[in-house]
Design a binder for this molecule. Structure first.
Ligand code: ADP
Ligand code: MG
Length: 503
């Protein structure tokens, strides 16, 4: 039976590369963003997840009750187990799980892709401008889907004998100034235009789309503005101006803006609507456990061998889904689990060689045959490898601190997450207290009074977890989270009543 190896995180495995090849982000909604931003004082340098009783219990449950190890091989009947010591196999497997490996299809995003493609087709068919706003947390397949849609749209126009639109795709993180987007669009749709003149590129674009174009065959232009979050300015004027380009009388733009901030729409759409611009909205929801499993399985389908114990994949998918639903993270963790197995096997192989030598020549064949059989089972990525990879990926001072907080402070954080999921990003002590009381009631934990709750909020604020506003009346003080919601969810999910509340 595999045991949870209580070792320090092996330097040989390197750091977990959860975000391999991802664009550097100035502003992200990732769970690890909190790690950089919150000035946390670490009180207890506790070892993380593997040492946490929650994960251990969960792991023990899985290993002993649901998936006895002697049955391990039962799960791998369709394909032979791979050989991780074969350099070529190792490379192929890692490539299949690499974020930047091209995907022939984007599973689990069929509906979203269909909606966006249909929207583009209508615009092209009717030669009508339009705008669409795509939003969803990082790693939910927005950019990947958009890439596929772009290709499908061009193929479709060719099949239909229609004029394909010019495509201008831009990652807004590459802009030095937010308003540079207009310069880029202008150079793309009118390469001959002189940018330096008294008229700003935005004004030139507005003029251009307000007049009837001389040549009737001017192509439509598909503008894909990814990582739109970077265009948020105080007055959001750049965002507004960008979308408003599609409302000009002779506009030929099909604008698709892609944002990670899921609440951006609430903040800027109402104003746009008042200006008579109503972009269609497509939301990419965070991937669920089942979707994450399906996507990984789809990626592994190209391999002629089995790499993961199915329970290990499920374990990874469940943890990632409950923390962020970020596919990048899931892939990074799977690759990291493989590296952990790789190191383990290197250690075991040298042990095997020593034991064969010790046994002498006569026993060599029998010993080697037995070892080969054992190695077959050892070659798969198991739950213990995955648990270690998960603990490395989510190990953060914030998570550790939350896990070591007193119970009532944890309940307060849980109540805050529940509240913020339903409504806006801040609340009052009074509202927080109501949500806290609800949780205490369902979990039958005797609540503390509002004054005590308020002083606990101050403690949490001193630790950099909550932000507290000022008010003459304690009940009316505004409260918001200073750390990522996903870190709280992840830190508390091992305790059943928190898990139930946060589901
Ligand atoms: N449905 C999917 N199928 C296969 N891989 C996916 C899927 N969704 C996401 N991924 C993987 O996760 C990575 C991140 O997805 P991406 O589209 O860049 O996310 P977003 O733009 O929403 O932040 C992709 O590069 C891809 O490797
Ligand atoms: Mg993206």
């Amino acid at each position: 039976m595999p045991t949870i190896v209580d070792r320090n995180l092996s330097p040989a495995t390197g750091e977990v590369q959860t975000d391999v090849n991802s664009t550097p982000r100035k502003r992200t909604l990732r769970s690890d963003s909190a790690k950089q931003s919150s000035p946390m004082k670490l009180k207890s340098p506790r070892r993380f997840i593997l040492d946490s009783p929650n994960i251990k219990t969960e792991l023990a449950e899985k290993l002993t009750i649901k998936t006895p190890v002697k049955k391990l091989s039962d799960s791998f009947q369709d394909k032979p187990v791979w050989n991780p010591t074969d350099v070529n196999q190792l490379r192929t497997v890692k490539e299949a799980l690499h974020v930047s490996t091209e995907q022939p299809t984007v599973v689990c995003r069929e509906d979203e892709q269909k909606k966006i493609l249909e929207f583009c087709k209508q615009c092209v068919k009717q030669e009508k401008s339009g705008s669409l706003y795509v939003c969803g947390l990082p790693g939910t397949g927005k950019s990947l889907s958009m890439d596929k849609i772009k290709g499908s749209l061009i193929d479709w126009t060719q099949e239909e004998g229609l004029q394909s639109p010019d495509v201008f795709a831009l990652n807004c993180t590459s802009l030095t100034n937010t308003s540079d987007i207009f310069t880029k669009i202008l150079t793309s749709c009118q390469p001959q235009t002189k940018i330096r003149g008294p008229t700003s590129p935005l004004k030139q674009l507005q003029n251009f789309y307000s007049q009837k174009q001389q040549s009737s065959g001017t192509r439509m232009m598909l503008i894909i503005a990814d990582e739109l979050d970077y265009l948020i300015t105080k007055d959001r004027s750049v965002l507004h101006d960008l979308f408003l380009l599609t409302t000009k009388p002779f506009s030929r733009c099909i604008l698709i803006g892609i944002a990670n901030a899921i609440d951006l729409a609430d903040r800027f759409l109402p104003k746009l609507q008042s200006l008579n611009c109503k972009p269609m909205v497509v939301t990419f929801r965070a991937y669920s456990k089942d979707q994450i499993i399906k996507i990984i399985q789809q990626r592994l389908r190209v391999l002629p061998y089995t790499v993961f114990q199915p329970q290990a994949l499920e374990f990874c998918a469940r943890k990632v889904a409950s923390a962020s639903g970020d596919m990048r993270k899931a892939l990074g963790i799977c690759r990291s689990a493989i590296e952990i197995l790789e190191v383990e096997l290197k250690e075991t192989t040298s042990d095997v060689n020593i034991s064969v030598i010790d046994n002498g020549f006569s026993d060599q064949t029998t010993a080697a045959a037995g070892e080969i059989l054992k190695l077959q089972e050892k070659n798969v990525v198991r739950i213990d490898h995955m648990a270690l990879a998960l603990s490395k990926a989510y190990r953060s001072p914030v998570v550790e601190t939350i896990q070591s907080l007193p119970q009532h402070q944890q309940i307060i954080l849980c109540s805050a997450v529940v509240l913020f999921r339903r409504a806006k990003k801040d609340t009052t002590i009074g509202e927080l207290n109501k949500s806290y009381m609800d949780i205490c009631k369902t979990t039958q934990i005797p609540p503390i009074g509002i004054m005590e709750l308020s002083s606990m909020c101050r403690v949490l604020s001193d630790q950099g977890i909550l932000k507290l506003g000022q008010s003459r009346e304690e009940k009316l003080r505004r409260v918001s989270l200073k750390i990522d919601e996903a870190d709280i969810t992840f830190a508390l999910q091992g305790v059943r009543y928190f898990r139930n509340c946060l589901q």
